[in-house]
Design a protein around this ligand. Structure first.
Ligand SMILES: NC(=O)c1ccc[n+]([C@@H]2O[C@H](COP(=O)([O-])OP(=O)(O)OC[C@H]3O[C@@H](n4cnc5c(N)ncnc54)[C@H](OP(=O)(O)O)[C@@H]3O)[C@@H](O)[C@H]2O)c1
Length: 321
């Protein structure tokens, strides 16, 4: 089978393909024939080692000091090819989707995963492409809006950077929770932002939209506290999805400022969070925006697009039609 590998930290050309034996699932595991996988901002950051200021050393300690020692590919959609004894709940031929997490291993034609791990049946309302695009961004938006910012019906939500993986999910879930959603996006994406559920859309390169807002989701961290503070209502919450180390430390040490709050950090990517996102989807709250779909052998091009930070939704590569 064809597998992708990172040969060094660096540009997309550091991705190489190899022929490897199809893995043998162990007890309690399923073998999945991967049809599609997303190529996310996270995948691109792991490959390049380019992360927000101050986080580089921590990331290299976790991923590998001199090269990424993780395998490419955070998530997958595909079909069950084999089920080992003890792997309850799955049958050969069943459509599934799931996460290999930050250690990766989804950018390949077959993978193994524990049946009790981060794998779920693919709902009939999703195909392999939207299934691959489903979790990255959706999990982040759901956790930050529901658990951390505790967005309430009738509140005013601004999603700054509204049509990528995280922003596109935040607009939809915010709307579902009953918020009045404003968005910023580049002009080419204004129609998409409205389609996802934003009532008012403006260009982030112009003046910021006039507040006040109860919750601001700052996807790229470009507003940050100085830019967001004048737009936040009393009791307002700033969600910094992208934050550098000083911002993270600042938010941890002084989360409350002027009667407002800063929330940041990373989201969980566990089975309960995945199940909740599926429930939100089935309730009509969220369907991922699908970006470009490329063949698997164009993985490097997909990485270039992902690290532009101007893609709609999630980019997907296809291993099998
Ligand atoms: N905290 C966490 O747990 C977590 C989880 C997931 C992702 N992230 C981080 O979140 C960020 C976004 O990830 P993503 O997958 O959503 O990226 P993405 O799909 O590339 O989306 C980026 C979005 O930001 C917008 N944007 C680009 N430049 C901007 C600017 N100067 N001002 C305002 N908006 C701008 C883009 O709009 P246009 O396309 O219209 O230009 C697009 O909507 C990445 O830094 C990623 O590492 C963090």
């Amino acid at each position: 089978m064809k597998t992708a590998h990172y040969t060094a930290y660096g540009p997309p050309s550091t991705i190489a393909f190899r022929d490897d034996p199809v893995p043998t699932p162990g007890a309690g595991e399923v073998l999945v024939r991967v049809h599609t996988a997303p190529v996310t901002a996270g995948d691109a950051r792991m490959r390049s080692g380019r992360v927000p200021r101050g986080l580089g050393l921590m990331v290299r300690l976790a991923l590998g000091l001199t090269r990424p020692r993780v395998a490419p590919g955070w998530a997958f959609a595909g079909e069950v090819a084999a089920v080992e004894p003890g792997a309850e709940g799955f049958q050969p031929g069943q459509k599934v989707f799931g996460l290999k997490g930050f250690k990766g291993g989804a950018h390949r034609e077959y993978l193994t995963i524990a049946a009790t791990g981060t794998i779920l049946p693919l709902p009939e309302t999703l195909d392999f492409r939207t299934g691959a695009a489903f979790f990255f961004g959706g999990l982040t938006a759901a956790e930050f809006l529901i658990d951390r910012a505790r967005l309430q019906p009738g509140e005013r939500l601004l999603v700054a950077g509204a049509t990528g993986a995280v922003g596109g999910a935040a607009v939809q879930i915010g709307r579902h929770l009953g918020a009045r959603v404003s968005a910023t996006a580049s002009p080419a994406n204004h129609a998409l932002a409205r389609q996802l559920g934003a009532e008012a859309v403006s260009d982030y390169r112009d003046q910021p939209p006039s507040g006040p807002f109860d919750v601001i989701v700052d996807v790229m961290g470009k507003l940050a506290w100085p830019g967001a503070r004048p737009l936040l209502a009393p009791g307002g919450r700033l969600v910094l999805i992208t934050a550098d180390l000083p911002q993270m430390l600042g938010a941890a040490l002084r989360p409350r400022r002027d009667g407002r709050r800063i929330l940041t950090g990373t989201n969980r990517d566990d089975l309960p969070s995945m199940r909740r996102l599926v429930d939100l989807h089935l309730a009509g709250a969220y369907t991922p925006a699908l970006g470009p779909v490329l063949p698997f052998d164009q993985l490097a091009q997909a990485h270039s697009l992902a690290e532009s930070f101007h893609k709609p939704g999630n980019i997907v590569v296809e291993m099998a039609a």
